[in-house]
Design a protein around this ligand. Sequence first.
Ligand code: ZN
Ligand code: ZN
Length: 342
Amino acid sequence: MSFCVKCGRDCEESLDGLCIDCWLDGRKLTSLPHHVDLRVCTNCGEYEFGDRWLRREKAVAVQDAAADALAVIRDAVPVSVSTQAVEQDPHVYSVTVRTTCDVMGYEAEDEATTIVRIKNTVCRRCSRQLGSYYEAILQIRTGSGRLSEEDREETLVMVENSVARQAATNRSLFITKMELVTGGVDVYLSSMSLGKSLARELADFYCAETKESPKLVGQTTDGQDMYRITYLVRLPEYHVGDVVLFQGHHCKLTRVNGNGGRLMDLMDFRERAVRRADMSDIRVYEKAEDLREATVVSRSGSEIQVLHPDNYSTVDLRVPEDADIGDSVRVVAIDDVLYFVP
Ligand SMILES: [Zn+2]
Ligand SMILES: [Zn+2]
């Protein structure tokens, strides 16, 4: 038990010899600087907080900026904070921060006010983007010389989705520009690591071949060599569904992924796996979209009779026992003999 040196009251605990009431009397628990500058990017509209740029409503950003600048004295522990902003002009807000503090187990309130000034600037990402900054080029090509429009669209959607996903946690990642060039498309990227990850992603998805070539483009101000890297992704000619030739067998390509692919032999409908290293031996025999349709006349077990799409003669085709046969089937001619394509 002690007593307060100011009011003489007995008190269980004292701070600097004072009871809690005398100690709190007239004391500021919190303080704010005279003003706080809040930087906003005029290009993307994001606000700077510490070393991060964040998307916020203006009113929220202004109040957060004030709350972030709040200083609390050592003996007080803030329990809750509320803020209120009053616009003075579109770039100047008066913000009051009310804080409930715990002082030796007692709850005490205090408030402080500051001026938040919104300063226009351009964030680093936007200034790079506006300045066409890039560190890597992803070159998407194909083995057959010409990238089809479907392949181009499909890969670009993949690239854009992947960049959006990665940029959600790292805002320095962006696509600088895309350029259609003879034989494919070039994607200019803000970072080498982004180029590398996209090249790997495409390579895994398509079993594509990749090659990277660095190019010295100059030196940084502190004398370090500066490189740009070109990541070449050569998409294979084949697609799932194509009839392909592999080690002398005519097969339907049924699956492609990062580990390789699967083929179904058109002679006996047996499936086999192909290792990724062997995928480059696959040659396209007939593209899926070029396969012919033949009208089914009848079926008996593992045989069907179809009309030959060229001369309408009746032809017997072997089909797998469990094949689901509709009114027409896809067929391919190999050495003038027609085969069923599952
Ligand atoms: Zn007292
Ligand atoms: Zn910006």
